[in-house]
Design a protein around this ligand. Structure first.
Ligand SMILES: [Zn+2]
Length: 359
């Protein structure tokens, strides 16, 4: 008979394991409430929480998706903030993230082609790659312009800068998350309703700001060509973009042409970008004797995380970025920047959800 020694060793093993477990929980001091908080940014923690992993790309997309997904999913954006999303090459570690994804939400319109290629090669067979932009507008509504000329074939991909398209992205996120996690339908619908309320306030404020700018000043010349769909929506003219289609610096000839153009159309300011700091843009402003300031299209203002569940700064949001842009545009083109002060920039989920709530 050898059952007894086995029983004893099993008992010892169980005892041993429980001792290890005790030691572990003491060392890491995990309280029950801390264990429930899905605030850890580390990827290994996300998978252990057993929530679906939703991978996104640029910061505005990560922010919009995480506002709808809330605490039912883990959202991971793979294009770091402040990097050039147009030339971004995914790293080997991104292949690992993509291989664990349960849903991959990208902008599309050729913005993240290398990432989509890697996603197709690394993802699980059942994981869907969904292009938000391509499901928001049809190909006939694509815009080709200064840095995105038609002969190169890559349309201007900056749909989200137009708040109406950001609303469409939020609705698509809710739809895709519900398809992934049907029992969360009501939760996603509530988040969507709350978030759309904030986007509608942003849209309204945008129209008021535009109206406050003298009609002859409703013209944009920017370094990075990201305002095409915003301008079409809100009645602005994008008169040019400094950045050439290869995302390098423009030639001396192009610079001279731009200076002439600015003098001719008498625009009071031109706009740069912190993601693309350029001496050329400053030089053009100096030569054309106009003001210059920075706007942003995929870098959220201040410190924080694009993921709503990890973010503690109520301005570090997609809405915060657009409010900042509107302030800068209104200030430099003769409008009323204070018209955006009433817009709530906070996320509708996570630590900032009630940050700007009126008492
Ligand atoms: Zn861009």
């Amino acid at each position: 008979m050898n059952t007894q020694p086995v029983r004893i060793s099993t008992l010892l093993l169980v005892l041993n394991l429980s001792l290890v477990a005790c030691a572990t929980s003491q060392n890491t001091a995990v309280s029950p409430s801390a264990a429930e908080t899905p605030a850890s940014p580390s990827f290994s923690n996300q998978t252990t929480q057993n929530k679906p992993l939703v991978v996104t790309t640029v910061a505005p997309l990560t922010n919009i998706v995480s506002n709808i997904g809330g605490d039912r999913v883990m959202v991971q954006g793979i294009i770091p903030e402040g990097t050039d999303s147009h030339t971004f090459e995914p790293r080997p570690s991104d292949a690992d993230v993509l291989s664990k994804a349960n849903l991959i939400l990208v902008n599309g319109l050729h913005l993240e082609s290398p990432t989509e290629k890697l996603a197709n090669a690394s993802k699980l067979k059942e994981t869907k790659i969904f292009e938000m932009g391509s499901n928001t507008i049809t190909q006939s509504q694509w815009m080709f312009d200064f840095s995105f000329p038609k002969d190169k074939g890559d349309p201007n991909p900056h749909l989200w800068v137009n708040t109406k398209y950001a609303e469409a992205y939020a609705k698509l996120a809710a739809q895709q998350l519900t398809a992934l996690d049907p029992s969360g339908k009501d939760y996603y619908e509530t988040n969507l309703k709350n978030y759309l309320g904030r986007l509608e306030a942003l849209d309204k404020a945008t129209r008021e700001v535009v109206t406050s700018i003298p009609p002859e000043n409703r013209k944009l010349l920017t370094y990075h060509d990201s305002w095409a769909y915003w301008a079409r929506e809100y009645g602005f003219d994008v008169i040019g973009a400094i950045q050439p289609s290869d995302f390098k610096e423009p030639s001396a000839q192009d610079v001279a042409k731009l200076v002439d153009q600015i003098k001719q159309v008498k625009v009071p300011a031109i706009f740069g970008s912190e993601v693309y700091p350029s001496k050329v843009e400053e030089q053009i402003a100096l030569e054309a004797k106009v003001k210059t300031a920075n706007t942003a299209d995929d870098e959220l203002p201040g410190e924080g995380s694009a993921n709503a569940m990890e973010n503690k700064n109520p301005e570090h949001t997609y809405i915060g970025m657009m409010v900042n842009n509107l302030r800068i545009i209104a200030t430099n083109l003769g409008g009323k920047p204070e018209l955006v002060d009433k817009v709530d920039t906070a996320n509708v989920v996570g630590p900032t959800a009630n940050a700007n709530a009126k008492p």
